[in-house]
Design a protein around this ligand. Structure first.
Ligand code: G6Q
Length: 548
C-alpha cells in the first residue's frame, strides 16, 4: 500500500463511501431540507452549487482532513513562495507571478521576478496598441489586419480558448487565426484568404525547438517572402514569444521583436504570459489587465480562504471523491456558453497533462486512480449527442455545468432557454425519472425499462454574472488551482510532462526514416515497420501533388 492509501483519513473516506453507498441524491434531498441552499459556496462573483454531488457535509469534512494530512496548506505556500515544487524538472511553478501586482515580491533563486513580468507586460501593451491603432505597419506600409498565432499545446490552446471566449471584446476589424498542427492543412486553411502584406505572425514556443511550430513558422516565412520578396520583411511580419533568445535569433527574428517568459511558467499555465500576446492584441491591454486581475483575485482567494469556503479546494476535493471513492473515470465539462466552445479542450490539457501521472513524487507506482479524463462540449449541443450516455449509460460521469446570468448576445428569449436547459439537465441527472412516475404517465409497461432514468448522477453548477475578461481569469485560475489540490493529494508532480517529451523525440527518429532517400533499416516492431514501409511505397513522389 502507498502512503496515501495507508493514511487513516483515506481509510475513513473509504469506510464512509461504503456506508453511504445506498444513499441516493433523491434520499439526500428528501432528508435534508435546504440542502440546495447549504451545499454551495460563493466568492469573487462565482457561485458554486455542489449540492447535486454525492457528498454530505461529513464527506467534505473528511476530504478536508485528507487534504490537510497530505500537506495542502504548506504546499500552497511552497508554490506561492517560488519553491521548486516541479521536482522532476527542478523548477519553481509560478504562474501566480504572471498576474501579481507590480508591488508584489516573489523570489526565484533570490531574485524578485515581478518587475520582469511587468516589463514584459509593458512591452506587450506597447506593441499591442501599435498594432491595434495601425502605427505598426507591414513591410509595404499597409496596416496589419490579420494576426496569426503559431504554437502548439500550451503555446496554443490557451490563446485559442481565450480568443474565442472573449471574442465579444475583440477588435472586430481584425482577423485572428491560430495554427498548431504540423498537418500543412492547418497552415494552408488559416492563410489561404489572407494578404501577406497585412499579416503578422506571432511564433509562440517556450523552447523554440518544437518541430510542429518551427515547421509552421518556416512555412509562414516562405509564404510571406514569396509575396513580399524581401528578407527584411521578416522584421515587420514576425514576432516571437519564447524563453530562448538564441534560438529566436537563429530563426531570423530580431530579439527586439521577442517577448520573453521564464522556465517557471509551464506551457499549460502560460496563457496569461506573453503567450497571450494574440489575446492582448485582440482585446487590448486594458481588458487583458482585467483578465489578469481576475486570475490574481482567484490566486488570493485560493491562498487565503479557509478550505471550507475555498472554491478551488472544494472543486478539487469533490473531484477526488468522485474519482477515488465513487470510481468515476471521467469528468464532463459542459459550458452553457458558446463563447466557451474551446474551454473543454483547454481544460483537457490543463488537467490531463498535469495529473495524468502514475508515480508519486518519490517515484513509486501509485495504487489509486489519478487524473480523470476530461472532455466536453458546450450546451445545448451536447444534449443532442452524448448526454444520452450521461443519463442512461452504465458509466458514472460527474459533470461540471457552467453558466452565465447575462448574455452579450440577447436574441429573443434564447438566453432563458439556454439556462433552462442547464438547470433541467442537472436536475434530471440527479433525480432521474422512476417507474411510478412513468406508470402514472401511462407509459406502456414494455417501455418502462427503456424510459427509466435512475438518476443519482452527480454534477456541480458554476454560475457567474457575465463572461468577461475578469471572469475568464477567475474561471481559469479556479481550475488551475483545483488541479493543484488534486496533485497534492495524489502526491504526483502536476507540473512535468514526460509523455509530451516522449512524443517529441519519437517523431524525430521516425521522421528521419520517412525522409531517408534509400529504404532505411527499420528496427521497430513488425507493425510499425510495415506501416512505415507501406507509407513510403504508396506516397506520391515529392512535388507530384496529391493523387487525382
Ligand atoms: C505544456 C506542454 C506542451 C508544450 C508544447 C509546446 O505544458 O509542455 O503542451 O506547451 O509541447 O512547447 P513549446 O512551447 O516549447 O513549443
Amino acid at each position: 500500500m502507498s502512503r496515501l492509501t495507508e493514511r487513516p483519513q483515506w481509510q475513513a473516506l473509504q469506510a464512509h463511501a461504503q456506508a453511504q453507498q445506498a444513499l441516493t441524491l433523491r434520499d439526500r434531498f428528501a432528508a435534508e431540507p435546504g440542502r440546495g441552499e447549504r451545499l454551495c459556496a460563493e466568492g469573487l462573483g462565482l457561485f458554486l452549487d455542489y449540492s447535486k454531488q454525492r457528498v454530505g457535509e461529513d464527506t467534505l469534512a473528511l476530504l478536508r482532513e485528507l487534504a490537510v494530512a497530505c500537506g495542502l496548506p504548506a504546499r500552497i505556500e511552497a508554490m506561492f513562495n517560488g519553491e521548486k515544487i516541479n521536482a522532476t524538472e527542478d523548477r519553481a511553478v509560478l504562474h501566480v507571478a504572471l498576474r501579481a501586482p507590480m508591488d508584489a515580491s516573489i523570489l526565484v533563486d533570490g531574485r524578485n521576478v515581478v518587475p520582469d513580468v511587468h516589463a514584459v507586460l509593458d512591452h506587450m501593451a506597447d506593441f499591442s496598441r501599435r498594432v491595434r491603432d495601425g502605427r505598426w505597419t507591414g513591410h509595404t506600409g499597409k496596416r496589419v489586419r490579420n494576426v496569426v498565432s503559431i504554437g502548439i499545446g500550451g503555446s496554443d490552446l490557451g490563446p485559442v480558448m481565450a480568443y474565442e471566449a472573449l471574442r465579444h471584446f475583440s477588435a472586430r476589424d481584425m482577423v485572428f487565426r491560430f495554427v498548431s498542427n504540423v498537418d500543412g492543412t492547418d497552415f494552408s486553411e488559416a492563410t489561404r484568404d489572407l494578404d501577406p502584406a497585412e499579416t503578422l505572425f506571432i511564433v509562440c514556443s517556450k523552447t523554440f525547438g518544437t518541430i510542429e511550430t518551427l515547421s509552421n513558422a518556416r512555412a509562414a516565412r516562405a509564404w510571406c517572402l514569396a509575396a513580399l520578396g524581401d528578407e527584411t520583411a521578416v522584421a515587420k511580419h514576425f514576432v516571437a514569444v519564447s524563453t530562448d533568445q538564441a534560438r529566436v535569433r537563429a530563426f531570423g527574428i530580431d530579439p527586439g521583436n521577442m517577448f520573453g517568459f521564464w522556465d517557471w511558467v509551464g506551457g499549460r499555465y502560460s496563457m496569461d504570459s506573453a503567450i497571450g500576446l494574440s489575446t492582448m492584441i485582440a482585446i487590448g491591454p486594458e481588458a487583458f489587465g482585467e483578465m489578469l486581475a481576475g486570475f490574481h483575485a482567484m490566486d488570493e482567494h485560493f491562498r487565503h480562504t479557509p478550505l471550507e469556503r475555498n472554491l478551488p479546494a472544494l472543486m478539487g476535493l469533490i473531484g477526488i471523491w468522485n474519482s477515488n471513492f465513487l470510481g468515476a473515470d471521467t469528468v464532463a465539462v459542459l459550458p452553457y456558453a458558446q463563447y466557451l466552445k474551446r474551454f473543454p479542450a483547454y481544460l483537457q490539457q490543463l488537467t490531463m497533462e498535469s495529473n495524468g501521472k502514475s508515480v508519486t513524487l518519490s517515484g513509486e507506482r501509485v495504487d489509486y486512480a489519478t487524473g480523470p479524463v476530461y472532455w466536453g462540449e458546450p450546451g445545448t449541443n451536447g444534449q443532442h449527442s452524448f448526454y444520452q450516455l450521461l443519463h442512461q449509460g452504465t458509466r458514472l460521469v460527474p459533470c461540471d455545468f457552467i453558466g452565465f446570468i447575462e448574455t452579450d448576445n440577447p436574441v429573443g428569449e434564447q438566453h432563458d432557454l439556454l439556462m433552462a436547459n442547464l438547470f433541467a439537465q442537472g436536475e434530471a441527472l440527479a433525480f432521474g425519472k422512476g417507474v411510478a412516475q412513468l406508470a402514472a404517465e401511462d407509459v406502456a409497461p414494455a417501455l418502462i425499462p427503456h424510459r427509466t432514468f435512475e438518476g443519482n448522477r452527480p454534477s456541480s453548477t458554476l454560475l457567474a454574472q457575465r463572461l468577461d475578461p475578469h471572469t475568464l481569469g477567475l474561471l481559469v485560475a479556479l481550475y488551475e488551482h483545483s488541479v493543484f489540490v488534486q496533485g497534492v493529494v495524489w502526491d504526483i508532480d502536476s507540473f512535468d510532462q514526460w509523455g509530451v517529451e516522449l512524443g517529441k523525440s519519437l517523431a524525430v527518429q521516425t521522421g528521419a526514416e520517412l525522409a531517408a532517400a534509400d529504404a532505411p533499416v527499420l528496427k521497430h516492431d513488425s507493425s510499425t515497420n510495415a506501416l512505415i514501409q507501406r507509407y513510403r511505397r504508396l506516397r506520391p513522389q515529392r512535388g507530384a501533388g496529391p493523387s487525382p
